[in-house]
Design a protein around this ligand. Structure first.
Ligand code: HSE
Length: 436
């Protein structure tokens, strides 16, 4: 059978890794796909730049349209990233009847509904395993491996840079910016690193996971995102004393009245496997009604781990080239006409437990005032730590863990606690999930 011809847009970290994996494992890949998969063309920004891959046998161009309009190309691999011009390139490739493989989470999270509709119309595949959690085959696991289940919830560490920063801060007491710079140098961080630390990147990935888990359209604009920049060493230490770790989680949960989609720092019990996922590694726990909880762990970023997912998609597309479009695995796991518009809940309706840290005056009734306000809002206390004042300080740190409550009750309680004369400064609040 003649080789499948691939054109790659972008030969950066992931593009270079993809060339290397495809070349190194060519024989094994051909045995799996039933035919050779060959990169014949690639577009780059700068023809003279040094690359991590050997480009021998690949015709380079600076114009992606040379590839998109090449009638010999079967599959376009989009590894430029970003969602602006790239969307037009991908739509044009689809219009030209090309199958597309992409690692671009923002493209899929923001424009996936339109892209998949166009792909279905043209009978082509858009594959995006590398868009979520790098080398972990989490899309395939949920879309195919767990397709007999009703998915109840999933929770994941889906940004390697953020996890690397939290891990280094906890283990080595390193400074936030110093660790971020290292993640950038290692090629883990996004072009705009605020996407990593503010939860935008994780929000893109969560959007995709939620759609394939629940059969809902992609809707990034409804994801609640909160970053890790407010996490202090104090909170990390108190959390540890209480038996918890702080992780930046993406959580999607089906509730009776809608779906929670949220990315935020989260206390999780240290005995959970996912609490022990460190460095740049990613992990996702998926709870299905039949399988129970299952955990997927691996490298979430980097050249070859991400290339591993890109190449797996290329093999899938190569195998499906001769199948009827209607018999292929649907892009979002559910048939396109069977997607449902379950409401995504506003943050005020989230149900979660909390860690609260506040400073109160060291005098009778100060703690009672706080607990009374919580009781007035039907918030039950699970654990409490009160520390002695440090040195001459008159304020004492109070740390509380609460049971699950409605977020708007907690918001109202915090407003009242912060208004108490005996409480100084802001209440530091971090959500807590037991992931049972
Ligand atoms: N910036 C992302 C991360 C890269 O750190 O996880 C992989 O999507």
């Amino acid at each position: 059978m003649k080789p499948v011809k691939v054109g790659v847009l972008g030969l950066g970290t992931v593009g270079g890794g993809t060339v290397n994996v495809l070349k190194r494992n060519a024989a094994e890949i051909a045995r799996r796909a039933g035919r050779e998969i060959t990169i014949t063309r690639a577009s780059v920004k700068d023809l003279d730049k040094l690359r991590i891959c050997d480009t021998q046998g690949i015709i380079l161009t600076t114009d992606p349209m040379d590839i998109i309009n090449d009638p010999d190309i079967d599959i376009v691999v989009e590894l430029i990233g970003g969602a602006g011009l790239v969307k037009e390139l991908v739509l044009k490739a689809i219009s030209n009847g090309k199958h597309v493989v992409t690692a671009n989470k923002s493209l899929i999270a923001l424009h996936g509904n339109e892209i998949f509709a166009k792909a279905s119309e043209k009978g082509v595949i858009v594959a995006f395993e590398a868009a979520v959690a790098g080398g972990i085959p989490i899309i395939k696991a949920i879309r195919e491996g767990l397709s007999g289940n009703q998915i109840e919830w999933l929770a994941g560490i889906i940004n390697g840079t953020g996890n690397f920063i939290l891990t280094e801060m906890r283990d080595k007491g390193r400074d936030f910016n110093d660790v971020l710079a290292e993640a950038q140098a290692l090629g883990y961080a996004e072009a705009d690193p605020t996407f990593d630390v503010e939860g935008i990147d994780a929000g893109h990935k969560l959007t995709i996971l939620a759609s394939i888990a629940f059969g809902i359209p992609l809707q990034f604009d409804k994801v609640y995102t909160e970053g890790i920049t407010g996490i202090t060493r104090l909170d990390v230490e108190y959390a540890e004393q209480l038996g918890y770790r702080i992780k930046h989680l993406g959580i999607a949960r089906k509730m009776p009245n809608g779906i929670e989609l949220r990315v935020h720092p989260t206390l999780i019990p240290e005995r959970r496997l996912i609490a022990n996922v460190n460095g740049v590694m990613n992990a996702v726990v998926v709870k299905g009604d039949a399988v129970g909880p299952s955990l997927y762990y691996g490298a979430g970023a980097g050249a070859e781990p991400t290339a591993s997912a890109v190449v797996a998609d290329l093999i899938d597309v190569a195998r499906a080239l001769t199948s009827d479009p209607e018999n292929r695995v649907p892009h979002l796991a559910f048939q396109a006409d069977a997607l449902v518009d379950i409401p995504v809940l506003p943050a005020a309706q989230f149900r979660t437990a909390y860690y609260l840290r506040l400073n109160a005056e060291d005098k009778p009734g100060a703690l009672a005032d706080v607990t009374r306000i919580l009781a007035d809002h039907h918030i039950s206390i699970e654990a409490i730590i009160q520390r002695e004042p440090a040195g001459d300080a008159t304020a004492i740190p109070i740390i509380l863990l609460t049971e699950i409550t409605l977020e708007h009750e907690m918001n109202a309680a915090i407003t009242k606690i912060e208004a108490l004369k005996t409480v100084t400064g802001k209440v530091n609040r971090i959500r807590l999930e037991t992931l049972r």
